[in-house]
Design a protein around this ligand. Sequence first.
Ligand code: ATP
Ligand code: MG
Length: 455
Amino acid sequence: MIRRFIKKVFGRKPPAGPRILTLESHGIRREQVSSCALKTTRALREAGFTAFVVGGAVRDLLLGKEPKDFDVATDATPEEVKRVFRRARLIGRRFQIVHVYCGSDLIEVTTYRAAAPPVEDEEEASRVTAEDGMLLRDNVFGSQEEDAARRDFSVNALYYDPEKEEVWDWHGGFEDARKKVLRMIGDPATRFREDPVRMLRAARFAAKLEFHIDPATRAPIAELAPMLARIPTSRLFDEMMKLLLSGHAERGVKQLRAEGLHHGILPMLDAILDDPARQRFLHEALHDTDARVRAGHGASPAFMLACLLWFDMRAEWRANEDEGLSPQSALYEAMDQSLERQRKVLAFPRRFDGTIKEIWSLQSRFEQRSGARPFRLLDHPRFRAGYDFLLIRTRGGDAPAELADWWTRFQEADDPERKSMLLSSSPGQASKRKRRRRSGQGNGKPGDAVEVKLG
Ligand code: ATP
Ligand code: MG
């Protein structure tokens, strides 16, 4: 009777309980879990609570990948969790989680959450859900079953018990992982409406895991994509950076495009993907970043932003010069203008601005290969980033290969060799350039060297 009622209300069969998988079938041994996560689950269990490793870590272990981090889910409240550990900190105000520390290692412990509070009257309903179905509140404790139901994809709703080496699978995630299918839990359109960021997550996971998106999950995305405009721009930025710095950005951006998710959210991506020259540059930038991340070297959001906005900034630089600004002021203004314009759509922190501007302004300094300037440039704290950027431009057909080769050799050479490499400064050329700029013909290309010092 109750089951029938639930089915009527939710339009689907309530899960009959988790499918419990043993080591034999899932193959995840407890030693594969980080020692800090093991300590955390053990201590919670000894204190009388349930505790499982959950989410991305279980999914990645199941797929034979190395997890980025380990999260733990428990039925203990945040206050109770905090009491179990000597080194633990409550994080967040509205929805609290607990950070448990072991040395420099950190485990995020979350209390099981239910999807939404029971809605008793219309007023309450309007407080919890916006008109278009977006969830405004999501902070009620619940059972593991409820916790599983509020997660996004079936492969993200697997719970691993390190003690028994069991995986508790509430939504068929194990089978989906085997078939490499990304499937939304519940009704996809409803779940995307509740939180439109899940659309970006779908593209990110499909790319990262090399999964295909289940057709029913994929179907509503095209229509719901405009809902992303309602997401706070800072959250969009975080989500985009996760995708772009995941080590699978090339595939991720393709996936975004395939789902029609690149419009609007990242106007720069939008413009880039419609212009072959920009596309080639972006391809090189993403390829390079992916290789770097996969080799275990970090990739920085500032560098990525410098790549994404490069053409945009340069067009602005050119326009400013055409309006009669000196090359230096034209560059300064262009950098500010393009960063501010983009920030309206994608709130990226101002702390990246300095690095982005340095990477950009170094580009014209690479042109200067005479006298003491190349030596000064080598000592610049952002030399490496600027040089890496130059390499990407070269591969993307945006700078001469000869220039990048020269800098590669210059770095490797000893002092006498470096001196012999210097180009003789050609005053004739410099004054020709000045004349051209004055007569308004300057094209503002990085070839027109501008030395800019940024604090
Ligand atoms: P990654 O390896 O990229 O960190 P992840 O699966 O761990 O992947 P997180 O963003 O760290 O992703 O989130 C942890 C878990 O929380 C997810 O596996 C999922 O179960 C749940 N989750 C996160 N964001 C959402 C969301 N927007 N809607 C529903 N569930 C979510
Ligand atoms: Mg994670």
